[in-house]
Design a protein around this ligand. Structure first.
Ligand code: GLA
Length: 768
């Protein structure tokens, strides 16, 4: 960003509040190749004239010219003034697409036809609450509808990294306490995208198959994705990306939005016959869910919006550094051993102590005791909500296990599911009114599974949700968590959430969840938290502000994981993405994979193990130990670098990697998901390196080399490096090569012919 330019623009356009003719302002935000021009002249709701590629230095006269030149024609059979898509479009402006705001006042007929007027524009100043990097440029827009007694403040912020975020604050300005509330239907951020952004990418999925990409071509109408799970869900739309035709990982323009909210939400793309295209997002509110009383305000979650002229990688290249400026992560991501798939509910001290010993030997740094440790939790039908250590399995509490884990040199983590309750629990029996959706019939059933169809509230995984919006419930859950964290030296909570709400207010519950995590963190500074929701059903930038890791998916099958991690990491940096080495035969799919493929896959994230290591043989344990020691060496690169993904010409063969921010080093992996389409696959092209610098590329073998189906490896993997480097321990052979970054990106290297479900790793170091 050009700081001087920014200051000049800011001074030029700071305007007095309440100017009689309305403000005269064209805020111009620029950072990291992104520009935003906002026409905030006059008294109408401001218009985003441009959000996209950098427009360069524009002085005040040029900004006025840009804004003037953007006023469109008046089409036949239309309103009699040029139609503009404003920051908060409504019918009052002639916008018959999805409106930016909807709601009503009880007792008044019809929906509130808001006609908002601009009264003030504030440019610059400190960023508003929530995560923001220093140097963030801010604009606050103040709108009012005096007759309707409503006001809206819209905040726009552009970070140094080029990440834009917007939110609205709605105020019911009526001063008469007896006057009616405003029943909010929706309050959304709507951003214009150019017509050429005609191809849409968003995501869907299901348990153990999160973040499946889906593409569509925008026709006239609305493509809308809605979550009513009370959490984003396995099918979360995640990122709504509109791009130029055929945009990929490395090419094409792309405009993306994401709502930083962990409850119900909707995201859409609308191409209107009126001549505008837009991306919209906001919290999804049920009728009557959000009522704004006289004198009260409501602030929406942030919509995070990113532009890229270099495909999806360009989005990540802005999002990841921005997230890292406010991330709670302060220490290297420890290698985790999670007990879930090793022992499930069968907890006993000798077994877990043996598992901890095996973990310590291979280099694990954190031992996480998963579900099954609390009173009566012998299966998933009971005991959630009673957060007391089971006195039968653990007569001396968790102390002996934690001491054992500490003595072995690891820290200790514990699984909890604080928002949930089983009907077969002391807390549900004592406080039936704390259960969202009611439970009287279920109690009558008393088998923990509910009484079936007649039940007022459905069970899901045989459990219910606690009403955290009830202060008594909230206090009780907080007290239980605090008691555990005070009694035991727990470094880490795996915070799970294993059902949809299906009752109560998702808004109230999500707000309470945020308060609860914030309170736990404040009371126990240094505690780390992993967000899990039956795997990856709650991964969003609202929760990410509060946690240090996300459980990316319940599947440890590397074939599934390659895709899940690939797409989850478009938004979330790899250091957050928990990835575990599982058993050879995946518990979730029954598919069997070789150790080298499992190791190479779990390497590209926050690595861990979820396997009964006491069942692994000596050779496997040696390979796992070697993998962990390499992970520890590579961790600084993997968790700070730029994520790079080549666009595959053959979907079965994928290349991705991480390049250090100084472009000195990189780690890449070539992955064969299935058999290739041609005898010789596309050359491996290593992107993201400095074009003029020379790099030595060598294979890295972790455990066993990947299996290949080739009569001979490519020459460069056999021949000694012409620049004198020692032969590497190659992919079935030895070899290395030194070439410039430009050659590696544009010419590439012939790939080894990997068998299906194999991955080859390559280290890349600058030799200049
Ligand atoms: C969920 C999580 C798993 C595990 C189990 C325990 O399914 O996603 O990782 O913790 O709960 O019950």
């Amino acid at each position: 960003m050009n700081d001087e330019k920014w200051v000049a623009t800011e001074l030029m356009h700071t305007v007095p509040a309440q100017s009689p003719t309305g403000p005269v302002s064209i805020p111009y935000l620029r950072a990291a190749g992104t520009s935003l021009v906002l026409d905030a002249r006059g008294t109408g709701v401001p218009v985003i004239v441009h959000w996209g590629g950098d427009l360069g230095d524009l002085d005040s006269a040029m900004l006025h010219a840009v804004a003037d030149a953007s006023v469109p024609a008046i089409s036949p059979s239309s309103i009699d003034v040029p139609l503009r898509l404003t920051l908060l479009p409504t019918l009052a402006e002639g916008w018959s697409g999805r409106p930016g705001i909807s709601g009503f006042r009880p007792g008044q007929s019809g929906a509130a036809a808001l006609d908002l007027r601009l009264i003030e524009v504030r440019v610059g100043g400190v960023p508003t609450a929530g995560p923001a990097s220093s140097g963030t440029q801010t604009v606050a827009i103040f709108l009012t509808d005096a007759a309707a007694q409503m006001a809206v403040r819209t905040d726009l912020e552009l970070s140094v990294e080029g990440v834009l975020r917007l939110r609205h604050t709605l105020t019911n300005t009526s001063t008469d306490p007896a006057a009616s509330s405003f029943e909010l239907g929706s309050l959304d951020v709507i951003l214009p995208v150019p017509d050429r952004a005609g191809e849409l990418l968003d995501f869907t999925g299901l348990w153990t198959h999160e973040r499946r990409p889906q593409r569509t071509t925008l026709g006239h109408g609305v493509w809308s994705r809605e979550s009513r799970h009370g959490r984003p869900g396995h099918d979360d739309s995640y990122l709504m990306v509109a791009g130029t035709l055929g945009f990929g990982f490395r090419s094409g323009e792309a405009w993306a939005t994401h709502l930083a909210w962990s409850g119900d939400k909707r995201a859409w793309a609308e191409k209107s016959a009126l001549g505008y295209s837009a991306l919209g997002s906001g919290e999804l509110l049920a009728p009557g869910e959000l009522s704004v009383a006289s004198g009260a305000s409501h602030t929406t979650p942030w919509t995070v919006a990113v532009y890229s002229d270099a495909g999806l990688d360009g989005l990540s290249a802005r999002l990841h550094p921005w997230i890292r400026t406010w991330s709670t992560i302060t220490a290297p991501r420890p290698v985790v051993l999670n007990t879930w798939e090793a022992v499930y509910f069968d907890h006993d001290l000798p077994t877990l102590a043996r598992l901890a010993d095996a973990a310590a030997v291979v280099g694990v740094e954190r031992f996480v005791l998963d579900d099954g440790w609390f009173t009566g939790r012998s299966d998933d039908r009971r005991a959630l909500g009673d957060w007391f250590v089971d006195p039968v399995t653990w007569p001396s509490g968790l102390h002996p296990l934690i001491e054992h884990v500490h003595a072995a040199g690891m820290d200790f983590g514990l699984w909890v599911e604080p928002e949930m309750v089983s009907l077969d629990s002391d807390v549900a029996r004592a406080h039936p009114d704390w259960v969202l959706g009611g439970m009287a019939d279920d109690l009558a059933g008393a088998d923990g599974a509910g009484a079936g169809a007649a039940s007022p509230a459905l069970t899901w995984r045989f459990q219910h949700v606690l009403d955290l919006g009830n202060p008594e419930t909230f206090d009780w859950v907080f007290a239980r968590l605090t008691a555990l964290l005070t009694e035991y030296p727990i470094a880490y909570l795996k915070w799970d959430h294993n059902r949809d709400l299906l009752a109560g207010s998702a808004h109230r519950q999500t707000a309470a969840l945020y308060r609860l995590i914030d309170a736990v963190r404040a009371a126990h500074p240094g505690i780390e938290i992993e967000s899990c929701a039956s795997g990856g059903a709650r991964i969003d930038l609202g929760i990410l502000e509060r946690v240090d890791r996300v459980w990316t998916s319940d599947t440890n099958d590397p074939l599934e994981r390659q895709q899940i991690q690939r797409y989850t990491s478009v938004l979330v940096p790899p250091e957050y993405l928990g990835g575990h080495l599982g058993a050879a035969t995946a518990h979730t799919t029954g598919r069997t994979s070789e150790l080298s493929f499992r190791l190479a896959t779990a390497l590209f994230g926050s690595a861990g193990i979820e396997w009964d290591l006491t069942q692994a043989n000596e050779a496997e344990l040696v390979q796992i130990a070697e993998w962990i020691s390499r992970y520890k060496q590579l961790r600084p690169l993997l968790h700070s670098g730029v994520v790079v993904r080549a666009d595959p010409s053959d979907l079965a063969i994928q290349l991705h990697g991480v390049v250090s921010p100084d472009q000195n080093s990189a780690l890449f992996t070539q992955v064969a998901l299935a058999a290739p389409r041609a005898a010789l696959p596309e050359r491996m092209r290593f992107h993201g390196l400095a074009p003029e610098r020379r790099y030595r590329v060598a294979p890295l073998v972790l455990g066993a080399p990947p299996r290949t189906i080739q009569d001979a490896a490519p020459a460069w993997l056999v021949e000694p490096d012409a620049y004198g480097g020692a032969a590497g321990d190659g992919v079935g052979a030895g070899g290395a090569v030194t070439l410039t970054g430009a050659v590696l990106a544009l010419v590439g290297l012939p790939a080894p012919l990997l068998a299906p479900e194999q991955a080859a790793l390559f280290t890349v170091y600058s030799v200049d």
